[in-house]
Design a protein around this ligand. Structure first.
Ligand SMILES: [Fe+2]
Ligand SMILES: [Fe+2]
Length: 304
């Protein structure tokens, strides 16, 4: 399972959108990942998802695709900056809410890319793995389109404010190992979104922005499913490699410098997303240790 892509038997992808999606859905997912225009990317994902839902499987799970240059496809705007350079988000003003909605749209744009990357990059997985992550990509495209439309209500567009690249950086860091990817992207970054969504939703509601709050409801509902998919495939690979999931998780979090986990946690959503009691106890213990330890660098949150 999970050989690293090698040049020897690789098939270098052609230009985005030049290949018929019917040829190989993993290759088509890579084409969508390379697409720079966010709307074209979201449309390509939805079209591929519809095609995959309707037809006989064309995942080519054993095929190794070479990593092309220029991943991920992204628009020239927004500029990517260090997280500390980003504006603070006070939701009491329309401008503050716009900055927040833009940050959320950026997260969802990245989340499309993260899910597509899981589809094309890791050979040797069951068809259901690829189908699951393409389904996630389609839901992320939906989230992005909701936020894009809401930004437009405020007279803004995706790209109007700077953003950071933390989500894609974790994607790159874990590109050589599907176990590390499952451990750290859905189970850390997307799971962080489960904690973050309810307080953001409450503040939007408090500010009278019911429409944006309703988008957060949809995102939270769907993200539980994404984390559940991540938990399922993390445990699947652990079992295939004869690893204890708890020990493997702790080792990978250390090895890949996972963001420090700080509460408050949405235990109810995390439980629905498939975290077991031992994992939630570990989370609580890490948070307690963080509260008492001196603050370290590298502990920022990067949740979806
Ligand atoms: Fe999402
Ligand atoms: Fe997600």
């Amino acid at each position: 399972m999970n050989p690293a892509p090698s040049a020897a038997n690789a098939d270098v992808a052609s230009a985005p959108s030049s290949r018929a999606a019917s040829e190989c859905w993993r290759a088509a997912a890579l084409d969508a990942l390379r697409e720079c225009d966010p709307i074209a990317k979201a449309n390509a994902v939805r079209a591929l998802h519809a095609q995959a839902a309707a037809g006989a499987p064309r995942w080519a799970p054993q095929r190794v695709l070479a990593t092309p240059d220029g991943l991920p496809g992204r628009p020239a705007q927004p500029p990517l900056v260090e997280p500390r350079e980003l504006q603070r988000r006070s939701m009491s003003t329309p401008q503050g809410r716009v900055v927040l909605l833009h940050a959320l749209a950026h997260i969802e744009f990245n989340a499309i890319n993260l899910a597509l990357d899981a589809v094309w990059r890791f050979p040797g997985m069951p068809d259901a793995f690829y189908a699951d992550w393409l389904g996630v990509a389609a839901e992320e495209a939906y989230h992005f389109s909701l936020l894009r439309a809401r930004l437009a209500d405020y007279g803004h567009a995706y790209g109007d404010f700077p953003a950071h690249n933390g989500l894609w950086e974790m994607c790159e860091r874990t590109s050589a190992d599907v176990l590390a990817r499952m451990a750290l992207v859905p189970r850390v970054l997307e799971a962080r979104g489960l904690d973050a969504a309810p307080p953001i939703r409450a503040r939007l509601k408090q500010a009278g922005d019911d429409e944006s709050a309703a988008i957060l409801d949809i995102i939270l509902r769907d993200e539980v499913g994404h984390v559940r998919i991540g938990n399922h495939w993390f445990r699947y690979v652990c079992e295939a490699r004869d690893l204890d999931p708890h020990a493997a998780w702790l080792a990978l979090a250390e090895q890949y410098r996972a963001p420090r986990m700080r509460g408050p946690f949405n235990y109810e959503a995390r439980r629905r997303a498939g975290f077991d009691d031992a994992e939630l106890d570990t989370l609580a213990a890490q948070d307690a240790a963080e509260q008492t330890a001196p603050k370290k660098s590298g502990g920022r949150d990067a949740g979806e």
